[in-house]
Ligand binder design. Structure first.
Ligand SMILES: [Zn+2]
Length: 365
């Protein structure tokens, strides 16, 4: 009966010695170690025959039936008698339940697949399997790492940040210190092919981006021809790290420049309309109609953008022309340099009268 119960239970490395029901109705499965290598010292590899103690653990396992069962594993703590071995004793471990693990491997696999494949939330999956959120998340990370592959080389690489959570502190087991985790992630995408999201790393710092790119193959880094970013100095510094992306040209993506222009127009337009006198309803253009010359974004973007984001230079910034797409690397670099000099001022100045903001946009043709 016990042998067939072991087969039915199906956890590799253990043998069922009994099944019974507790007074509260919960089912308990008692098992002992049934793996030859479990008695081998993990340090020196020599098999031990000297029993030090008997211990019992209750690792969480996958559910059976409508209610989960309690797994009680009776295992042995062995002494290591080898003179040259620094380890005095060790407790049996099996592949499904390594040392210090409090869940079975098949439970971690099930949790990881539930989150990664079935798209269930970490919170819901953790509650359904009676484990903590960090345990469920670690199972998901392990599941994802088994599936993720090294991205193929790309021609155009996009880098942008994503807010992930509030700032928090995490304990680093490698350095045994608490570290502040940046709640931003940096994502890397294939802008020219079909790979989509290539990878994501914690933080939006130069070091984080350099570290992720350094983990890629030399072929990957050499084949990157363009890197598109928003006007972020940390990303520009990472891309310009000597030898990291030897053939890449840095460009600023249009989305942020257009958003910048729209914000600038929104900022200066109320002041302009107030100076002109007529109510907004009369002066506003409808969709499809050409706007009055003074209302065209191109005429006010440069100064307004400069006013909103501030600039160290006293020279006027003609943003639309400077950021016109160009194949020349030096021109693109100059445009990026100019964009990166913008930074949010501590107190944005009030909008100036429109006549001081507007100047005609030069016709590039
Ligand atoms: Zn040993």
């Amino acid at each position: 009966m016990i042998e067939s119960t072991t087969v039915l239970f199906g956890l590799p490395g253990v043998k069922v010695t009994g099944v019974f029901r507790e007074s509260d109705g919960s089912r308990v499965v008692e098992v002992v170690t049934d793996e030859d290598t479990a008695a081998a010292c993990p340090s020196c590899g020599v098999f031990s025959t000297s029993v030090k103690a008997r211990v019992r653990t209750t690792p969480k396992d996958i559910p059976y039936g409508e209610r989960r069962i309690v797994l009680r594993w009776n295992k042995t703590r062995w002494r290591c008698r080898e003179d040259y071995c620094a380890r005095g004793s060790f407790t049996e471990a099996i592949a499904q339940v390594p040392a210090r693990a409090r869940t079975t491997g098949r439970l971690r696999t099930q949790i990881g697949a539930a989150i990664g494949d079935a798209a269930r939330s970490v919170v819901e999956t953790a509650a359904a399997h009676h484990v903590s959120w960090p345990t469920a998340h670690r199972a998901f990370v392990a599941h994802a790492q088994r599936l993720l592959r090294e991205p193929a080389p790309v021609r155009v690489l996009g880098i942008d940040e994503t807010r992930r959570a509030k700032p928090r502190w995490e304990y680093c087991t490698g350095t045994s210190r608490w570290v502040r985790v940046d709640p931003w992630d940096s994502g890397f995408v294939d802008l020219d092919g079909y790979q989509g999201l290539l990878g994501q790393t914690a933080g939006r710092t130069t070091a984080a981006v350099v570290a992720w790119l350094s983990e890629r193959t030399p072929q990957f880094r050499e084949q990157v021809e363009y890197v598109a970013i928003d006007p972020a100095a940390v990303y520009a510094a990472a891309v310009r790290t000597p030898g990291l992306l030897p053939n890449a040209t840095l460009v600023v993506d249009r989305f942020h420049l257009v958003a910048l222009a729209n914000d600038a127009v929104t900022t200066v337009r109320p002041g302009h309309l107030g100076a002109q006198g007529p109510p907004r309803r009369q002066g506003r253009s409808r969709v499809g109609e050409p706007a009055p010359a003074a209302h065209r974004p191109g005429t006010v973007v440069a100064e307004a953008a400069s006013q909103r984001f501030g600039t160290r230079s006293t020279t006027r910034t003609r943003a639309p022309r400077s950021f016109r797409p160009t194949s020349r690397r030096k021109a693109a670099d100059r445009a990026v340099d100019r964009a990166l000099r913008w930074g949010p001022p501590p107190h944005p100045p009030p909008a100036a009268p429109l006549p001081h903001l507007v100047h005609p946009l030069e016709d590039p043709s």
